[in-house]
Ligand binder design. Structure first.
Ligand SMILES: C[S@@+](CC[C@H](N)C(=O)[O-])C[C@H]1O[C@@H](n2cnc3c(N)ncnc32)[C@H](O)[C@@H]1O
Length: 231
């Protein structure tokens, strides 16, 4: 069941702020009208259907609502998504890149990939790949050169994982989104050492960092780091 709403702002390409009753809701335009992925609300504005994008369920939504300024994702982009889980965030990126885009969803957990496959059957621009993101050579025959990498694998060596994947798949000038433990980004806390180390690895690996954002109150544990690749 859907509710009526009104577009009040276009925050980025394909990312909308809607008014639903008295509430403001972040949303993307539904690529597969009538189908929901995680019980999100469907909202109809001027005859088109949108999916509410929950910042408590998706770190990217949280980052946008916390003031993300760098969001280069556009229609037609090819994206390598490391740690896709059951496809919550990937499905919203799928709405944004549209039919001509592609999201190559790497996920190590068989339980998650079983659910993800259902999402990918409905969304023809998402491709599920059961693999370990630490080993890009295992899926290099399945993934083309990409415009961006999204990494949320919750692993200690995430920066190395992004760099290794960027060397194989990311085009020069491509972008990355990197979800990292928030305590490592907070300079007043000890784990800031981890953050410094991760940033060094990214910079040495060819990335220029554009912005870092704490995701609290949506996600107390994480921050989002965004950057571009110089190769
Ligand atoms: C925090 S969840 C991702 C949530 C997802 N990004 C979203 O917003 O919808 C992290 C995921 O990374 C996966 N993962 C952990 N290590 C991995 C690895 N080495 N390769 C691929 N996936 C991995 C986990 O199985 C888990 O599903």
């Amino acid at each position: 069941m859907s509710v009526e709403g009104k577009i009040i702002d276009v925050i980025f390409n394909g990312v909308y702020l809607l008014k639903v009753g008295k509430r403001k809701v972040l949303a993307t335009k539904n690529l597969t009208p009538g189908i929901t992925i995680y019980n999100e609300k469907l909202i109809v504005c001027d005859g088109a259907e949108y999916r509410s994008w929950n910042p408590f369920r998706s770190k990217l939504a949280g980052a946008i609502l916390k003031g993300l300024k760098f969001f280069p994702v556009k229609e037609g982009d090819q994206i390598l998504y490391l740690g896709a889980a059951t496809g919550t965030t990937a499905s919203h990126i799928s709405d944004i890149v549209g039919k001509e885009g592609g999201i190559y969803c790497i996920e190590i957990s068989e339980r998650c990939i079983r659910e993800l496959v259902h999402v990918c059957v409905a969304r023809r621009n998402m491709y599920p790949i059961l693999a370990d993101a630490r080993r890009p050579e295992m899926y290099m025959h399945l993934v083309p050169e990409v415009d961006g990498i999204y990494c949320d694998v919750a692993q200690p060596e995430q920066a190395e994982i992004i760099v290794r994947n960027a060397q194989v798949f990311l085009k020069d000038g491509g972008y990355m989104f990197f979800a990292i433990k928030a305590r490592s980004i907070d300079v007043t806390a000890k784990p800031s050492k981890i953050f410094k180390r991760e940033m060094k690895i990214l910079e040495k690996g060819g990335f220029k960092i554009k912005q870092k954002i704490h995701l609290a109150p949506y996600d107390k544990d994480h921050a989002m780091v965004v950057g571009v690749y110089k190769g």
